[in-house]
Design a protein around this ligand. Structure first.
Ligand SMILES: [Zn+2]
Length: 217
């Protein structure tokens, strides 16, 4: 069962104001994010589709996937997108001690920094907790270490095979407003839904004059 709402309730924003949920703007802008990659074929496909629409996004990578696929990781950077940290091996904050959680994130950060081929690219300290799970103490420690914790306002729910691809598209089209951070997944599990919804989301909002940008510093 999916417990994550399509649109994040206002209460979450007011309970956790130190986390970044959206980036309100007068401009028509949407911040697409992709979690759980890099994944062979699927991330490559995602990059191609984003390029077709001149869209930039932020990829929250899993450290061990970056180790396994450094070329795809570097392609994300070469295409002008931003990178975020999604732990080394997709651990759950609520069942991990703060110490181990931070170590795991720092390990992923080192892996990514080391594998970057473009010497001019500076990795941003963006972190997204897997499953949206993070303890207040973990969040506080990460913020003290200089990380920005990036949540989302709209979830496509693309990872859930019991959700149809048409519903994933509706989730994004009917719930996204300017300044929202939207989460998709460049993973095998989500591919069927994401590959259906993403081009249609790009088409729909581009026609309405929206731009798709990386999360700014
Ligand atoms: Zn994830």
């Amino acid at each position: 069962m999916n417990l994550i709402p399509v649109r994040t309730p206002k209460s979450a924003k007011s309970l956790f104001p130190d986390l970044v949920w959206d980036l309100p703007s007068k401009e028509k802008v949407i911040y697409l994010t992709f979690d759980d990659g890099p994944t062979p074929i699927i991330t490559d496909w995602t990059l191609d589709v984003l390029k077709q629409y001149n869209a930039k996004a932020t990829f929250f990578c899993i450290g061990k996937n970056v180790e396994a696929h450094p070329d795809i990781f570097n392609k994300i950077i070469a295409d002008g997108h931003s990178i975020g940290n999604h732990t080394y091996n997709h651990i759950k904050g609520w069942t991990t001690s703060t110490e181990n959680y931070i170590l795991n994130i720092e390990k992923a950060q080192k892996v990514m920094s080391k594998l970057i081929q473009n010497s001019e690219f500076r990795i941003q300290n963006y972190f997204r907790p897997p499953y949206g799970q993070i303890k207040p103490k973990q969040a506080k420690t990460l913020i003290q270490l200089g990380y920005k914790i990036i949540m989302w306002m709209v979830a496509a729910i693309d990872w859930d095979a019991s959700v149809s691809k048409e519903k994933c598209l509706d989730n994004v089209v009917n719930n996204t407003i300017s300044g929202d951070i939207v989460v998709f997944h460049d993973s095998i599990k989500a591919a069927n839904n994401m590959q259906y919804a993403l081009p249609k989301v790009l088409e729909y909002f581009s026609e309405k004059g929206f731009k798709f940008k990386c999360i700014p510093e």
